[in-house]
Design a protein around this ligand. Structure first.
Ligand SMILES: Cc1cc2nc3c(=O)[nH]c(=O)nc-3n(C[C@H](O)[C@H](O)[C@H](O)COP(=O)(O)OP(=O)(O)OC[C@H]3O[C@@H](n4cnc5c(N)ncnc54)[C@H](O)[C@@H]3O)c2cc1C
Length: 498
């Protein structure tokens, strides 16, 4: 087979995890080559679609100023940034994953989270305070909640642009339209990758390989096989290129499968969104303001506790709940109390939306919904919701819960009774899959016997053991950056050993 390139470290992928691995390996002195299946216009994988929020453990605003440039004295005076300790972060990860996440791995991510964001800043990534998303006014002061004050300027695209600019200036080359198809083995170690370079089968020989080429969310067959029936019908929120190829080649090389293979991150997503992510609309198809309203299925019935927890801790499992409903869709319904609070993603042109002055008229406009069933649901809900004029505050679980419903709404429950009303149709959008490979905290891929496979490293969505059942928002990018950086360093260290 044609030898295309020889290098110290080849990194497969051009997303967040891959870029961090490449920069860290280069920083450690290795010659690095990145490859991607996509063309240059699609570089950055799911990362380029991300909102850019990054969860980080911090003990006060002094930590945040190390990450966020441009915080003024006035911002600091007028804002309660709060504190989000390592144990807060760990508790959120443990609770939402039903205490199944790999504690050692999660601790390694949390411990390095602040330092890694500072490192990213040093590589040219700009952060801002997520005032618009994660803060609301409490007693006249902007108050952050949920461990998410840091957002990358320009979102995921800004992150990719900054990391790739730095990679280019550090002398890291990238080959596009070059999908990895297999791993090369030399004796006991992995010695490079087989690729299709613009359609031609070639080899790239390397002293170490970092696989950072995503999960299998864009592979219809694997989704159906591992996640189960009807997952072929989900919309893909991001790139079409994450088809599980990296996972398959690692498993073929003896890697140990690990984590929650039958589960994925999925959220409420515009019903008529295209099959894959749209590079212009990106994350704006998401519909995450359900805590301020109710969600009903084709029978007109509620099917989740819309106020079970902060939206950042429920949205990643609600796509799955929508997919399980008849017809795989739902409508989110809001009244005049809620409508002014809907996120900007409800205000785009590409929405499936109906409006009506009364609930009766709305019921007949929501396509596919049993109107009588819906009216019965709202009547029961309104009878059970507390009569209150307390405004919605997203930063606290307000404890305003329905009384006597078999399926409660545990927080932010207000009657849905002030017209005109709006309803938005959603289906399931899959973000990324949870199943992956078992790694050491050094990013080495383990084999079935629990030993590192020499020369093989991984990071990002390919890592198993981080997420089970659910996911706290802003964790994907942080895990990818921390473990990508680790894998890159380790790969460079390994490459030097012979
Ligand atoms: C709409 C949306 C919004 C999100 N918002 C956030 C957020 O605000 N905060 C957060 O933390 N997370 C967010 N996420 C999740 C986050 O984007 C992912 O967790 C993260 O980007 C994954 O990074 P990665 O490097 O592992 O994979 P990716 O960024 O997906 O990169 C994988 C790369 O591998 C390439 N590839 C695939 N197969 C091959 C192959 N065979 N050979 C070569 N290359 C290959 C792909 O083309 C791609 O470029 C969001 C995701 C989406 C879709």
């Amino acid at each position: 087979m044609k030898l295309l390139e020889t290098t110290d470290v080849v990194v497969v992928g051009t997303g967040n995890a891959a870029s961090c691995a490449a920069l860290a390996a280069r920083e450690a002195g290795a010659a690095v080559l990145m490859i991607d299946a996509c063309g240059e216009e699609d570089r950055g994988g799911n990362t380029a679609y991300a909102g850019g929020q990054m969860r980080v453990a911090f003990s006060g605003v002094d930590d945040l100023v190390k990450v966020i440039g441009g915080l003024t004295d006035e911002d600091i005076r007028n804002t309660d940034f709060g504190v989000y300790t390592a144990s807060d972060f760990f508790d959120d990860m443990a609770r939402v994953t039903q205490y199944r996440c790999n504690a050692e791995l999660v601790e390694s991510v949390i411990e390095a989270s602040l330092d890694t964001l500072v490192w990213l800043r040093g590589k040219g990534v700009r952060f801002e305070a997520a005032f618009g998303r994660q803060a609301s006014k409490v007693d006249g002061r902007m108050t952050f909640w949920g461990g998410l004050p840091c957002i990358v300027w320009g979102g995921g695209q800004g992150l990719i642009d900054a990391l790739h600019a730095r990679a280019a200036s550090d002398g890291i080359r990238t080959l596009y339209e070059t999908p990895a198809t297999g791993l090369l083995r030399e004796g006991t170690r992995i010695a490079g990758v087989q690729v299709l370079h613009k359609g031609e089968a070639c080899e790239i020989r390397a002293r170490a390989v970092v696989l950072a080429c995503g999960g299998f969310e864009a592979n219809t067959e694997m989704r159906t096989r591992y996640l189960g029936p009807n997952w072929e019908l989900a919309k893909v929120r991001g790139t079409r290129f994450n088809t599980g190829a990296g996972l398959r080649m690692a498993l073929d090389a003896g890697a140990r499968s690990y984590g929650h293979w039958s589960c994925a991150h999925s959220s409420c997503w515009e019903l008529n969104a295209p099959e894959y992510g749209d590079p212009i609309v990106k994350g704006a198809y998401q519909k995450h303001s359900y805590p301020f309203g109710i969600m009903v299925n084709a029978r007109g019935e509620r099917f989740v506790d819309e106020g079970a927890d902060f939206q950042t801790l429920t949205y990643a499992r609600f796509g799955r709940e929508v997919l399980a409903q008849p017809g795989h869709f739902a409508w989110q319904v809001f009244d005049q109390r809620a409508i002014p609070l809907l996120r900007e993603t409800y205000r785009i042109r590409q929405v499936t939306k109906v409006q009506a002055p009364t609930l009766e008229e709305l019921a007949h406009k929501m396509e596919g919904v049993d109107a009588d069933g819906f009216l019965r649901t709202v009547e029961a809900f309104n009878g059970a919701a507390p009569r209150t004029d307390a405004p919605y505050v997203s930063s606290i679980k307000d404890g305003l819960t329905t009384a006597g419903l078999a399926l409660p709404k545990s927080n932010w429950a207000r009657p849905v009774d002030r017209g005109p009303f709006e309803a938005y149709a959603v289906t399931a959008g899959i973000t990324f899959t949870f199943g992956g490979l078992k790694i050491t905290t050094g990013g080495e891929v383990e084999d079935d016997a629990g030993k590192p496979i020499a020369g093989l490293f991984t990071a990002g969505e390919m890592v198993g053991g981080l997420f089970y059942h659910n996911y706290p928002s802003g964790t994907g990018l942080t895990c990818g950056a921390v473990l990508g950086r680790t894998a890159g360093r380790s790969a460079a260290g390994f490459a030097k050993t012979f």
